[in-house]
Write a protein that binds this ligand. Structure first.
Ligand code: NDP
Length: 247
């Protein structure tokens, strides 16, 4: 009997770490659905170039902060492929400023996207994964979710929340063979960190034991492990991919 090709969903697959995860899981043999929110052109370019190499990559529009949009996206994937084996909750935003300047809107936008978005996606994939009696959920948190960071009260709260979400859901879903793990990246070279000036970059790198920022592919490698059968006895864990920063 032919083995079933597994299906992975990567939120925010159109740029940065998400793009690297889409490429890595496609290379690992998954049918990959990436989502974009505002960048259809970038998403189309990624899927066209990977599909030309014989991979199976599709992009759908999904606003993870909207329950309706998330459910529509998951229904579309299930209609097209009949299953979802891996969910990577990667999409995220920042709206950084000090508490005294942070507006309620800054707080709500970041929490609604990063934490509620992850909750909505977990809830939408839980039923098909429970029926399959297998699944992997991989949440992309941050080391600031472990350590906090001045100027990121909203973002770090959302990322700490993802760690709580991971550990609670790992306990809820273990009996159905659904493994839930979390990655806490440190300083990764993407659009999100491009906003930093040269001095800020140097100050960050100097504090990292490995003395450099990471490439998005170095996060994708760890996602690949959590999505692979090699991690079959690992759940509820948080792995920092941070060059040793959060030791
Ligand atoms: P980018 O800013 O480069 O990309 C963000 C991605 O999220 C884009 O694909 C974007 O889609 C998508 N997105 C944003 N809002 C929504 C939404 N409402 N619904 C659906 N998709 C959305 O981020 P990074 O690659 O740097 O970060 C990826 C993840 O890694 C984030 O969760 C981030 O918090 C985390 N992280 C990043 C670190 C870093 O140093 N870069 C460090 C630690 C954690 P579109 O392009 O269509 O707008």
């Amino acid at each position: 009997m032919e083995a079933v090709q597994k299906v992975a969903l990567v939120t925010g697959g159109s740029r940065g770490i998400g793009e690297a995860i889409v490429k890595r899981l496609a290379q690992d043999g998954f049918i990959v659905f990436g989502t974009y929110n505002n960048n259809p052109d970038k998403a189309t370019a990624i899927s066209e170039s990977l599909n030309a190499e014989g991979k199976s990559v599709h992009f759908i529009k999904m606003d993870i902060a909207s329950a309706e949009s998330v459910q529509q996206g998951i229904d579309e994937i299930l209609t097209k492929s009949g299953r979802i084996d891996v969910l990577v909750n990667n999409a995220g935003i920042t709206k950084d400023t000090l508490l005294m300047r942070m507006t309620e809107q800054d707080w709500d936008d970041v929490l609604n996207t990063n934490l509620k978005g992850a909750f909505l996606c977990c809830k939408a994939v839980a039923r098909p994964m429970m029926s399959q009696r297998s699944g992997r959920i991989i949440n992309i948190s941050s080391i600031v979710g472990l350590r906090g960071n001045a100027g990121q009260v909203n973002y770090s709260s959302s990322k700490s929340g993802m760690i709580g979400l991971t550990k609670s859901l790992a306990q809820e879903l273990a009996s159905r063979n659904i493994l839930v793990n979390c990655i806490a990246p440190g300083y990764i070279e993407t659009d999100m960190t491009e906003k930093l000036n040269e001095d800020q970059r140097k100050a960050f790198s100097d504090k990292i034991p490995l003395k450099r920022a990471a490439k998005p592919e170095e996060v994708a490698q760890v996602v690949s492990f959590f999505a692979h059968s090699d991690s079959s006895y690992v759940t509820g864990q948080v792995i920092a991919v941070d060059g040793g920063l959060a030791m």
